[in-house]
Write a protein that binds this ligand. Structure first.
Ligand code: ATP
Ligand code: MG
Length: 252
């Protein structure tokens, strides 16, 4: 069975989508069969893989709300071994429409169950909130990767996220755990080094050894609809995500 890994942090702009897209692509390049699930109405992961989010026939919304079979929403990408379930603004409506449904927290989990055996890894790019969508991501997942930006307020909001993860584990998904905390957008400054020490002091071995540097190539690649390893393999960003992929594989 494929491993479902959610990339989550309710803080905006910390590198969730960049991590989801690039980790997925690095795993696919390592011959793993990968499905990227875009659980964010912003559709950034969808766009980051070069898919026009306004011209998609079936989205994750159709799977969750309209009971469209999941196979009809899975799209191949230009990258071998990498498929995606795209999303766009429509998914905003799911928050409202699912509220009254029985088992609303487990809809993504149920939807993915039928295709989980087809993939080695299924990465779920969560939106910047602790909404019902994110709870669906956490209920489907066995592991969570939490990106934290290397800035002064890095740990702010983390306890709320960890409480949500514990609540989901206790009530909905006993198999859930934090796979790792990922430090992102690192710049060589005294402050950033202090933040790293601080985060490692608090979270110890849960923090990935790999640190993602602030690297302009990582922010350029999505506008070409490409993961960074297909845009500039030699860039520091590409090398960092390859290292992260190795570390995730090593963590089992
Ligand atoms: P949201 O909460 O809105 O979903 P996010 O957590 O998914 O945001 P990203 O979209 O991955 O964050 O990143 C936010 C912005 O920072 C994007 O413009 C992205 O290209 C850029 N970015 C992410 N990581 C890096 C990095 N390591 N170096 C430089 N730019 C980065
Ligand atoms: Mg995002």
């Amino acid at each position: 069975m494929g491993r479902i890994i959610a990339i989550a942090n309710q803080k905006g702009g910390v590198g969730k989508t960049t991590t989801a897209v690039n980790l997925a692509a690095c795993m696919a390049a390592a011959d793993r069969r990968v499905l990227l699930v875009d659980l964010d109405p912003q559709g950034n992961a969808t766009q980051g893989l070069g898919i026009d989010k306004n011209a998609i026939e079936n989205t994750l919304y159709d799977v969750l709300v309209n009971e469209v079979p999941i196979a009809e929403a899975i799209q191949p990408t230009e990258i071998a071994n990498l498929a995606i379930i795209p999303s766009n603004r429509e998914l905003v409506g799911a928050e409202v429409e699912l509220v009254s449904m029985n088992g609303r927290e487990g809809l993504l989990r149920s939807a993915l169950a039928s295709v989980q055996g087809t993939y080695d890894y299924l990465f779920v790019d969560c939106p910047p909130s602790l909404s019902l969508l994110t709870v669906n991501g956490l209920t489907a997942a066995e592991g969570v990767i939490i990106p934290l930006q290397c800035e002064y307020y890095a740990l702010e909001g983390l306890s709320e996220l960890l409480q949500t993860i514990i609540r989901v584990r206790d009530n909905l998904n006993a198999g859930l755990s934090v796979l790792g905390v990922l430090l992102t957008m690192y710049q060589h400054t005294n402050l950033a080094r202090q933040v790293i020490d601080d985060v490692r002091g608090h979270l110890g071995a849960k923090v990935f050894q790999t640190i993602i540097p602030r690297n302009v190539t990582l922010s350029e690649a999505p506008s070409f609809g490409k993961p960074v390893i297909y845009y500039d393999l030699k860039s520091a960003g590409a090398q960092a995500y390859l290292a992260l992929a190795r570390e995730v594989i090593a963590r089992g």
